[in-house]
Write a protein that binds this ligand. Structure first.
Ligand SMILES: *[C@@H]1O[C@H](CO)[C@@H](O)[C@H](O)[C@H]1NC(C)=O
Ligand SMILES: *[C@@H]1O[C@H](CO)[C@@H](O)[C@H](O)[C@H]1NC(C)=O
Ligand SMILES: *[C@@H]1O[C@H](CO)[C@@H](O)[C@H](O)[C@H]1NC(C)=O
Ligand SMILES: *[C@@H]1O[C@H](CO)[C@@H](O)[C@H](O)[C@H]1NC(C)=O
Ligand SMILES: *[C@@H]1O[C@H](CO)[C@@H](O)[C@H](O)[C@H]1NC(C)=O
Length: 942
């Protein structure tokens, strides 16, 4: 692949996925077609009969679309509003009606039309809107907009059929860059009154490794004549997805929403379980030895429940140099995709170019075997002069059992004594480091430090927060374990829990600010390039629809769920971290003021902070020299020459800022463990003068300190605190406040670290999530479980197991529920939900069949409640309950499940009926839990 292709392609690839797509295809062609493409061959073979139009069912999507919009919206607000806003889809459509929209001349918009291209791509734009005039006062916020799009989808029966024996097909739908879609029963066939649309999430980031959604038809199609269905799409223009229209190929300032919809059919005569090679995970072999212990095989059930019960090697003569072990029996729900975890171990070197194995599966009625060929890359042992051009692909089990790959560049030279810090490199949004080697190739190989490029789960992940941060740190630990596993690699050992130099570009630059300021003791230095401060600064929320209706204190409580992401608020934690911040002076994608402002905030905390800002004049968002230049190299060299655990310079006075304690590490050994009022910031200011350490706290309930030297005098909030002399070498000293009196806890138990504050903490799981649904689940309920599992797979490659409530209760009783977080759907019909609510461990209670909080009953039948609840058997794990009895409530609850960043969902929410039209203003109650899951008056709205 040529450098020209790379440099040409990257500028938009980090944001606009459409551009990135064509780049992937170019890459596939350039490498002789050997790369994994975005779609799976196995799917192609299942669906081609329909496309050939021969003997089977066929589907066609009309190229003619109706478009209603644009309506102002702020980023991610579509998760609160109805995706069909402003329509009510149970009423007939009126194609002549007008709706108010402040974007349009005269203040109203009506239906228009658009036509898709042959490849299914639909470009929607509104050239009659005076965008430049809106933009002059409102900036990028004025380009955020929502539209409803409608077309028809037609199913044709097989031509020569007796009609009776033809099984009705299911749809397979890929929607790239749309928020949600739904398929409704045939027009004019029956009244759609009372029909609750099933909204499927589109693949809004056009993410790689995204299987299509399996969509059961809402009514069986006719076996004798074509049947038309309505297809509606929620189309939402976001700067982060489509970029600034002054810098696209047309440069006319008109935002173009560009979606791609493709549909095919799945007929039930086809295989019921298939391999999904896009989901396979392997590692490279270095000098004949696997660089990791995890392999993964992607499997999708098209219908039925399947269990992978065993795995066996094939075509290897005994005794085999490698051994495979199925880590866990893997149960796959209908339409679910999972990655089967397989541990690889070796007795001897292995040099073949693939590993062949059989997966043995059972369903309730059948046994089947799937034969898998996993290609592996054999690399020579790295040397000072020779290192693989795409780095080494390593693998490990994330969160106990999720096979995960990452790339590393080995150091040139073995250790010369103690190990040196590693380099942790965070990619930009839309960059898939497995299929796009350019990111690892942009990073210079280091003399004695490893360079580690994690996936962050996926190309977007959670913007390097939550599970993406967890993945970043876990890859560092995994590399330590891999290098330690083989004696001949010990010359290159990392320190255990090594400190790192964290760098990143774009979303990864933002991630570098994030990780450095939340884990200051593990970060030796940071090089954030072209990063943004936080989402609300990137594109302001001023065109919020809900803001015109919402009680401002409620808005404040909802927006407290963004606080843990707000990098500016945590700059106090960086005063002792060397920083080299970089931004191109003409960045068209992340405005240059972000880095200037971040550095300014830091320098306000401490004018002597070792932070250097380099503005590369005239450069845009990406330029190949961003890290590849003398000042970056000099900074890295001076920093990486230190030991991995060396002394850190410490200011005489510093302030530790924390929002959610479980999402933050220590600063100079000080750690905040819990807050007096969760939802508000907590700060600890430490001043050291000779033998005197004085600590001032704000909103802190407990904190700890490692290594407090004997003989020092400590004051906390101006009161001297006596430390028991018999504790000679304390590992952790824990301080707690009761009745405004600080005390030292002498008993050294593992501190309980507060992990609530927002719903998205449910994603921070140490094992696959369990999705628990009622025993007598309806098709809708099964679909809800399948859709959240699908979203977890596409957006985060987080594994989930779907189980029924009786199974969950059985596991609870036998102590085998596991340590993973749990999501429970349904109302009192879910016996697991009922069981865990009995103890009233949160202010939510069940009386009869109704849910109450502080005496308030969950409202109308279409309402839903979402809340975090303690795990019944594991202290540090969480349950998220999505409590809803009716379909409409379930659909709303599902859309607010915290899959994407920037959706404002604190610990608990009561969703009312009016959210469809007024978004977050339709919330009936919301709040953050207090300490120990108590009612938190200051941070609640009911
Ligand atoms: C706005 O209203 C004026 C006066 O009724 C009319 O002449 C004009 O065509 C309208 N513009 C649009 C874009 O509808
Ligand atoms: C899966 O395997 C891991 C590692 O052997 C084990 O810790 C875990 O308990 C297993 N989980 C289940 C659900 O069997
Ligand atoms: C800032 O940090 C860099 C990297 O460690 C180091 O080379 C430089 O000397 C530091 N500057 C100051 C003023 O401490
Ligand atoms: C000091 O710690 C020891 C051991 O935990 C305990 O027995 C003793 O009572 C403590 N003394 C004070 C003054 O707290
Ligand atoms: C499930 O349905 C069956 C049959 O309708 C019924 O006997 C059983 O009690 C139901 N179970 C639960 C937990 O509702």
């Amino acid at each position: 692949m040529t450098r020209a292709l790379r440099t040409m392609a990257y500028p938009r690839s980090c944001w606009t996925s459409t551009f990135w797509f064509s780049w992937v295809l170019a890459l596939v062609m350039a490498s002789g077609g050997q790369q994994q493409t975005v779609f799976d061959a196995s799917f192609a073979s299942l669906i081609d009969a329909g496309a050939n139009g021969s003997i089977d069912w066929r589907v066609s999507v009309s190229k003619d679309w109706d478009v209603l919009g644009p309506f102002p919206i702020h980023a991610r607000e579509q998760h609160f509003l109805s995706p069909a806003f402003p329509l009510n889809l149970s009423e007939p459509l009126d194609h002549t009606a007008q709706w108010p929209s402040s974007y349009a001349d005269n203040g109203t918009v009506g239906w228009t039309t658009a036509r898709a291209r042959d490849d299914g791509t639909l470009d929607v734009s509104f050239p009659e809107i005076r965008w430049s005039s809106l933009r002059a006062t409102e900036g990028w916020a004025a380009l955020q907009s929502h539209s409803v799009l409608h077309t028809t989808i037609t199913i044709y029966p097989p031509p020569s059929q007796d009609g009776q024996s033809a099984n009705p097909p299911k749809l397979l739908v890929d929607l790239l860059q749309g928020s949600f879609f739904t398929v409704l029963p045939p027009k004019n066939h029956e009244s759609t009154e009372g029909v609750v649309p099933t909204w499927y999430a589109g693949n809004i980031y056009a993410m790689d490794r995204a299987p299509p959604q399996v969509v059961p038809l809402p009514r069986d199609p006719s076996a004798t004549e074509p049947t038309a269905y309505d297809l509606f799409v929620s189309g939402d223009y976001e700067i982060r997805l489509f970029g600034d229209p002054l810098f696209n190929s047309r440069r006319d300032g008109i935002p173009v929403l560009s979606l791609t919809l493709s549909a095919s059919l799945l007929t039930s005569s086809k295989a019921e379980v298939i391999l999904l090679p896009s989901h396979d995970v392997t590692c490279d072999f270095a000098d004949g030895w696997a660089f990791g212990d995890a392999l993964g095989v992607g499997v999708r059930s098209l219908s039925g429940w399947w269990t992978v019960g065993n795995v066996s090697l094939t075509t290897i003569t005994e005794p085999s140099p490698i051994e495979l072990q199925l880590l866990n029996a893997t149960r796959i729900a209908p339409s679910q995709t999972r990655i089967v975890p397989i541990r690889i171990s070796q007795r001897a070197a292995y040099y073949a170019s693939s590993i062949e194995l059989d997966l043995h599966l059972t369903s309730s009625t059948t046994l089947t075997t799937l034969h898998v060929i996993l290609p592996v890359t054999q690399l020579p042992q790295w040397t000072p002069s020779n290192s693989p051009s795409e780095g080494i692909m390593a693998s490990y089990f994330f969160a106990t059992s999720m096979p995960t790959a990452f790339r590393v560049i080995p150091p040139e030279l073995p250790n010369d004594g103690d190990p040196h810090p590693a380099v942790l490199a965070l990619h930009g949004a839309g960059v898939d480091i497995i299929t796009m080697p350019f990111w690892i190739q942009a990073l210079p190989r280091q003399e004695r430090s490893w360079v580690i490029a994690p996936t962050g789960r996926t190309a977007w992940g959670l913007d390097w927060h939550g599970p993406s941060t967890q993945d970043a740190w876990s890859t560092v630990d995994a590399l330590y374990a891999i290098v330690a596993s083989r004696e001949s690699w010990h010359l290159y050992m990392l320190a255990e829990n090594t400190r790192v130099l964290v760098l990143g570009h774009s979303n990864g630059g933002q991630g570098a600010w994030y990780i450095a300021s939340r884990y200051p003791d593990r970060v030796a230095a940071a090089i954030p390039a072209a990063g943004y401060i936080k989402s609300q600064s990137y594109v302001p929320l001023i065109h919020s629809r809900s803001a015109h209706y919402i009680d401002p204190p409620l808005r404040a409580i909802l927006e407290s769920s963004l606080t843990p992401d707000d990098n500016d608020l945590f700059m106090s934690n960086l005063v002792d971290t060397p920083i080299l911040a970089i931004h191109g002076g003409d960045d068209e994608n992340v405005p240059v003021w972000h880095t200037r402002e971040a550095v300014s905030v830091l320098k306000t905390w401490d004018p002597n902070a070792n932070a250097t800002y380099v503005e590369d004049q005239g450069q845009t968002h990406w330029y190949p020299a961003v890290f590849d230049n003398d000042h970056v190299k000099a900074f890295m060299r001076s920093l990486l020459e230190q030991g991995a655990v060396g002394a850190v310079s410490q200011s005489k006075s510093f302030t530790l800022t924390v929002s959610v304690p479980s999402d933050s590490g220590a600063m100079h050994g000080w750690r905040i463990l819990s807050l007096q009022t969760p939802g508000r910031l907590a700060r600890l200011t430490v001043r050291v003068e000779d033998d005197l350490v004085s600590v001032r706290t704000t909103n802190v309930k407990s904190f700890s300190i490692h290594r407090l030297t004997n003989g020092i005098q400590l004051t906390v909030d101006d009161r001297p605190l006596h430390i028991n002399e018999t504790i000679n070498d304390p590992v952790v000293l824990q301080f707690s406040i009761h009745d405004k009196m600080w005390t030292v806890e002498n008993s050294i138990v593992t501190p309980n670290i507060q992990n609530t504050g927002r719903l998205s903490n449910i994603l921070n799981s140490v094992a696959p999530l369990l999705i628990v649904i009622p025993d007598n689940s309806t098709d809708r309920m099964l679909s809800v479980a399948g859709r959240i599992a699908h979203n977890l797979d596409i957006y985060h490659k987080l594994d989930a197991e779907i189980i029924f409530a009786d199974e969950a209760l059985r596991r609870l009783q036998t102590g085998s529920l596991g340590r993973g977080n749990i999501v429970a759907f349904g109302d009192v019909d879910n016996s697991f939900t009922r069981h865990i609510l009995v103890d009233s461990r949160t202010p939510f209670q069940i009386h009869g069949t109704n849910l109450f909080i502080k005496g308030r009953q969950l409202g109308q039948p279409s309402a839903a409640a979402l809340f975090l609840h303690p795990h019944p058997s594991v202290d540090s794990a969480l349950v998220m309950i999505v409590f809803a009895g009716r379909d409409s409530g379930l659909e709303k609850g599902l859309r607010l499940c915290p899959i994407r960043t920037g959706v404002t969902v604190p610990d608990w929410l009561l969703i009312g009926t009016s959210t469809d039209a007024v978004g977050a203003a339709g919330i009936d109650g919301a709040g953050v839990w207090g300490v120990n899951w108590d009612w938190n008056e200051a941070m609640s709205w009911l």
